[in-house]
Design a protein. Structure first.
Length: 98
C-alpha cells in the first residue's frame, strides 16, 4: 500500500494499493509503485503493530506508536500491511522505495 494520510473523523489511515517489482531497483532492491488511483481507508486496530522503514519513526527497524504513524501518514510512504476480515489495520511494515 501507499499510505496517503489519516482521517481523524473515522480514525482511519487512507491509502492506495501498490505493487512491488522484486529486484528491479538499485543493487537488486525492490521498487514499489501505486497500482490504483482509488483511495481506500482502514481503521487502526487498538493494538496495531508498526515497524518503521525510516520515515514513521527513525531509524529503520524501530517499533512505532499509532501516534507516530498518524503524524507520518501525510508524508506518504509505501508499506506492507495486514488487515483483518473487518478491514481493520492490524500491522504495517514501512518499506523503502529504493
Amino acid at each position: 500500500m501507499y499510505v496517503t494520510g489519516y482521517d481523524s473523523a473515522t480514525s482511519s489511515v487512507t491509502f492506495d494499493y501498490a505493487v512491488v517489482s522484486k529486484g528491479t531497483g538499485v543493487g537488486g532492491s525492490d521498487v514499489y509503485s501505486i497500482q490504483s488511483a482509488t483511495t481506500y481507508s482502514a481503521r487502526l486496530a487498538a493494538n496495531v503493530k508498526i515497524i518503521s522503514g525510516g520515515v514513521i519513526c527513525p531509524p529503520a527497524g524501530s517499533v512505532c506508536t499509532a501516534a507516530q504513524l498518524i503524524t507520518a501518514a501525510s508524508s506518504g510512504f509505501f508499506a506492507e500491511a495486514a488487515l483483518d476480515p473487518y478491514g481493520t489495520l492490524v500491522s504495517i511494515i514501512e518499506r523503502d522505495n529504493a
